[in-house]
Design a protein around this ligand. Structure first.
Ligand code: CA
Length: 230
C-alpha cells in the first residue's frame, strides 16, 4: 500500500492533538485533512472520498458517535474513534454503531499507526472483494461486499465486531483458529485487553446464529480455539 494514495480525515477539536496527529501522519506519507467542527466534518465526509477517519468523541457541532452513526448509513469508510474517556461503555457503543476501532487518549503514536494499518488492510481487502462474492458454511452465507449475513435466506443482524469475527472464521472454515489468531486478526495484534473477549463474542455469535436457527456451525476445540463448519 502506498501511503500517498491514502487520504485521512482527522476530526479533532483539540488543536494540540490535531496538529500532532497531522504532523505524524504526514511524516508517514499520508495525505491529511483536519477539521475541528463535527458538523463540518460530516459535510466533508459526505462530499469527499476519504480512506480513513480518525474521529474524536466530544466535538463542537456534532459529536463523534452521531457522526459515526450517520456516516454508516451511506459509507463503510474505516473509522477509528479517539476517546478521552477510558469508558468501556463508550467503546462498546462506538463499535456497535460501526466504528472499526477506538483509541483512548493519550495513546502511543505507534499504536495508532498499527491500528490504522490494520483497518486499512481490512478495508482494502473488502474493496478488492469481487461483487457478489460470498462465503458459505451450509445454509450460513456471508457477503463481504455488503456486510450481510443470512441463514437460509433470513438476515442476521451483527455488530461490526461480530461480523469481523464471523468473517474471519468463515474465510478459514473447517480450520481451528486459536484465541491469539482471532485476537490478532479481529481485534488487532496490539490488543492488550482481556483475551476472554473472544469467548464473549463467540457466545454472541452462537446466540444469533446457532441458537436462533437451531443449527451448529461454531465449534469449540477444547484447549485450542474455535472453528466454523457445517
Ligand atoms: Ca474533543
Amino acid at each position: 500500500m502506498n501511503n500517498k494514495n491514502v487520504h485521512i480525515l482527522i476530526v479533532e477539536d483539540e488543536q494540540r492533538i490535531a496538529r500532532f496527529l497531522q504532523i505524524e501522519m504526514e511524516h508517514e506519507g499520508f495525505k491529511v485533512t483536519t477539521e475541528e467542527n463535527g458538523g463540518k466534518a460530516f459535510e466533508l465526509i459526505k462530499t469527499e472520498n476519504y480512506d480513513l477517519i480518525l474521529l474524536d468523541l466530544m466535538l463542537p457541532g456534532m459529536d463523534g458517535m452521531t457522526i459515526c452513526q450517520k456516516v454508516r448509513e451511506f459509507s463503510q469508510v474505516p473509522i477509528i474513534m479517539l476517546t478521552a474517556r477510558d469508558d468501556v461503555e463508550d467503546k462498546v457503543n462506538g463499535l456497535d454503531i460501526g466504528a472499526d476501532d477506538y483509541m483512548t487518549k493519550p495513546f502511543a503514536i505507534q499504536e495508532l499507526f498499527a491500528r490504522v494499518r490494520n483497518v486499512l488492510r481490512k478495508s482494502q481487502g473488502s474493496d478488492n472483494a469481487m461483487q457478489g462474492e460470498s462465503y458459505r458454511v451450509g445454509d450460513l452465507v456471508l457477503y463481504p461486499h455488503t456486510y450481510e449475513v443470512e441463514v437460509s435466506g433470513e438476515p442476521v443482524q451483527l455488530t461490526r465486531r461480530e461480523y469481523d469475527l464471523l468473517e474471519f472464521l468463515m474465510r478459514n472454515k473447517r480450520t481451528v483458529l486459536t484465541r491469539d489468531q482471532i485476537l490478532e486478526h479481529v481485534w488487532g495484534y496490539d490488543y492488550t485487553g482481556d483475551t476472554n473477549v473472544v469467548d464473549v463474542y463467540i457466545r454472541y455469535l452462537r446466540a444469533k446464529i446457532d441458537d436462533r436457527f437451531q443449527r451448529k456451525y461454531i465449534y469449540t476445540v477444547r484447549g485450542v480455539g474455535y472453528a466454523i463448519k457445517d
